[in-house]
Design a protein around this ligand. Structure first.
Ligand code: S3P
Length: 450
């Protein structure tokens, strides 16, 4: 494609991404792959570190977030090979053998690293751990995991009544729990299940609706005794568990594929095939939402790879219509709301997103940031207490916008910019590397002037 469409300016300490749409517009064409699933990558590293024997991982996401997980578990004694290799190999320590680290464990920007790891740390008797993260993570609520862990007997201290990192943890022998979670959160569920691994008896988590189930699938594959009742969104772990190292092949991340699905769905003349995408039903809310909007997306070559369903996704441009997204669907597309808001701008009619207040405590307050940044491009997006109202039929004009250091906002703004007249400058675009280091490279590859 023409080099003029996408231009990255490295203006340290931050980069700015300039996207210039040629007067005739552009289309997206090609076959692409997206990086490994972030949720599965974290879990493969963590379970590999605590299982007995060797775990081998192919397709691991090389984003900043899994690097944070690897750094923390190396600091606790796990031998994890070079992450850049085709296969990553982990010599696991065995359950209960995480070592007391000599340093503060730094989870960077990653809520999954910090929250899941807390379950493991809290259940290692007589060991002391301190954990922290970047500015964004230190402002995100930890009480959602500290509260159930404390009910299991954990000792955790932190700012604002133990709800904000940095946190200090004194590991304990924990008690079983039946925890009825007020939120559908895979991070909460996974934290409690990991804490239950060393507990004798049943650890049960009940959610208001089913959140992503990668932990359940992978814990079972590593040998944990787990029973599930999807109807009631409940899962029970019978502990104590023995985990044995496994081979994990990480599929492409549907949350990263979502940017290309929407980009092609809103840009006339486009057709993309995104190969090897994880289509676990607890993650395919984005496909259901886009189907409601009448997008032309087909699943090809469906298969199951190390316990996770995978497919190639073909998307072609077709005019979209508005929809309402709410209820149990929201946890299954929670990370895709920013890019769905961009899709809604180019649908006919007004789209309403509700029951999504969780977005306020993600890497940024995404309801505030989506509304404010898309408004700068001329969109009509109204923030609601638990969602957004988005006017379709938008006619965007390039402008200066800001990722607010949030990776999914950076990439959503880049896709919106493909349908804006003139040039859009996205400040702090380097945030994309948290989950998608090659995003700009792929953008450059698939965009063609018409
Ligand atoms: C994740 C769960 C989700 C999601 C996050 C990754 C996980 O968070 O937003 O990006 O890997 O468990 P919640 O479970 O807190 O909603």
């Amino acid at each position: 494609m023409s080099a003029a469409i996408v231009c990255l300016t490295e203006a340290l300490p931050h980069s700015a991404l300039t996207i210039t749409v040629p007067p005739g517009g552009l289309t997206l064409q090609g076959r692409i792959q997206v990086p490994g699933d972030k949720s599965i990558s974290h879990r493969a590293l963590m379970l590999g570190a605590i299982a007995a024997g060797e775990t081998r991982i192919k397709g691991l996401l090389l984003g900043e977030d899994p690097r944070s997980t690897a750094r923390c578990f190396r600091a606790m004694g796990a031998q994890i090979s070079d992450l850049e290799g085709e296969w990553v190999s982990i010599q696991g320590l065995g359950i209960g053998h995480l070592q007391e680290p000599a340093e503060v464990l730094d989870a960077g920007n990653s809520g999954t690293t910090l929250r899941l790891m807390l379950g493991l740390l809290a259940s290692h008797p007589d060991r002391f751990f301190t954990v922290t993260g970047d500015d964004s993570l230190r402002s995100r609520p930890m009480s959602r995991v500290v509260t159930p862990l404390t009910q299991m007997g954990a000792q955790i201290w932190g700012r604002k009544e133990n709800s904000l990192a940095p946190l200090a943890v004194k590991g304990q022998r924990l008690q079983p729990i039946r925890y009825v979670s007020p939120i559908a959160s895979a991070q909460v569920k996974s934290c409690i299940l990991l804490a239950g691994l060393m507990v004798a008896g049943q650890t049960t988590v009940v959610e208001p609706s089913l959140s992503r189930d990668h932990s359940e699938r992978m814990l079972s594959a590593f040998g944990a005794d787990l029973s599930r009742d999807p109807e009631r969104s409940s899962v029970t772990l019978n502990g104590p568990a023995q985990l044995i190292g496994q081979t994990v092949i990480v599929p492409g991340d549907i949350s990263s594929a979502a940017f290309w699905l929407v980009a092609a769905a809103i840009t006339p003349g486009s057709e993309l095939v995104i190969e090897n995408v994880g289509v676990n039903p607890t993650r395919t809310g984005i496909l259901e939402a886009l189907a409601q909007m009448d997008a032309d997306i087909t699943l090809e070559n469906q298969r199951v790879v190390t316990g996770e369903p995978v497919a190639d996704l073909r998307v072609r441009y077709r005019p979209l219509k508005s929809c309402t997204l709410a209820g149990d669907l929201i946890p299954r597309l929670i990370d895709e709301v920013p890019i769905l808001a961009v899709a809604a701008l180019f649908a006919q009619g007004k789209t309403t997103i509700r029951d999504a207040a969780e977005l306020r405590v993600k890497e940024s307050d995404r309801l505030v940031v989506i509304a404010s940044e898309l408004q700068k491009l001329g969109a009509t997006v109204v923030e609601q207490p638990d969602g957004l109202e988005i006017e379709g039929g938008a006619s965007l004009q390039g402008n200066a916008v800001d990722s607010c250091t949030d990776h999914r906002i950076a990439m959503s703004l880049a896709i919106a910019a493909l349908r804006a007249r003139g040039s859009t400058v996205i400040f702090r675009a380097e945030a994309a590397a948290v989950s998608y280091p090659d995003f700009i490279k792929t953008l450059t590859k698939v965009c063609h002037p018409t």
